[in-house]
Design a protein around this ligand. Structure first.
Ligand code: C5P
Length: 285
């Protein structure tokens, strides 16, 4: 069975408070995008399932999120055997684009079909919660408000048709370390989440783009922040209606209403970066 595993961007990311369990309560407007990995899921040839990809440094056994998801599905439903998962990675890893979570969500969906379990997307998303905070959104896709740890999802009006340029700078940011640097009471700038939701309802792309923000940008090291800001400036200079960092970074994206301007941004950024993509919004899975 072949499936695609769509990445996501954060139109907004706000951190509301630190919880007793070490996680943070978040408020994020999430958007699935057409940039995607391709997965093939088949019954395992050996005793234990493998997860093979074109990236040699990813784990191939039970630690790969694709296999964690398969195990979570078997545990929750009592259905299905070991599976081999082949992944063609197109989504950069450790990039704030939920690449690993998207693969996990695709495996949950594949197992649901292969076993004939017939679980609803909401039931599958519930299984995904234990695999990772972004997995439930990746199961549902489309446009949604994600709250609590990220697993409480409310579908939103879709992002109007647009062109999205994503640029991943060549460094990684550790998500737990970045959360560790956040002092919730000291956050001064926050995204206009309600304004973004209202603009989505009105089908107002410019209104969405102008209100986007990610509070993690406030706690980046200065040299990282300056690189993020220079990518944002290049996107805006090429005609993006707005630009922001996605998730815990370091990927930066810009929203464009005109394809030729997005194409120009793609060409300009490709001169300085290897991980630059032109894609669009994706609907619910
Ligand atoms: O759930 P996931 O494994 O994706 O989260 C990775 C890490 O990010 C967690 O261990 C935690 O340190 C941090 N995190 C958080 N609050 C969230 C989601 C993640 O503090 N809502």
């Amino acid at each position: 069975m072949e499936l695609s595993a769509n990445a996501k961007i954060n139109l907004t990311l706000d951190i509301l408070r630190k919880r007793e369990d070490g996680y943070h309560d978040l408020q994020m407007v999430m958007q699935a995008v057409t940039l995607a990995d391709t997965l093939t899921v088949v019954p395992a040839r050996g005793v234990e399932g493998q997860a093979l990809s074109d990236l040699h440094f990813l784990p191939t056994g039970g630690k790969n999120l694709a296999q964690v998801a398969a195990a979570a599905f078997r545990q929750a439903t009592g259905l299905g055997g070991e599976v081999d998962v082949s992944i063609q990675k197109h989504v950069p890893v450790c990039a704030g684009l939920a690449g690993g979570s998207a693969d996990a969500a695709a495996v949950l969906s594949a197992m649901n079909r292969l076993t004939g379990a017939g679980l609803s997307p909401t039931e599958l998303a519930k299984i995904g919660e234990q695999v990772g905070s972004d997995v439930p959104f990746c199961v549902l896709g489309g446009t949604a408000l994600a709250e609590s740890r990220g697993e409480v999802l409310t579908p939103l009006a879709p992002l109007p048709p647009c062109h999205i340029v994503i640029c991943k700078p060549p460094f990684s940011i550790s998500t737990p370390q970045l959360f560790g640097r956040v002092k919730v009471k000291k956050i001064v700038r926050r995204p206009d989440t309600a304004g973004v939701i209202a603009a989505l309802e009105a089908g107002d792309l410019t209104g969405v783009a102008r209100r986007m923000y990610n509070v993690f940008e406030d706690v980046l090291e200065p040299r990282r922040l300056s690189e993020i800001n220079s990518i944002k400036a290049a996107l805006i200079d090429c005609g993006a209606l707005g630009a922001s960092m996605s998730g815990s970074g370091p990927s930066v994206f810009g929203l464009f209403d005109q394809k030729n301007r997005a194409q120009e941004a793609l060409e300009r950024l490709t001169k300085g970066y290897r991980g630059v993509f032109l894609c669009g919004p994706a609907g619910p899975r």
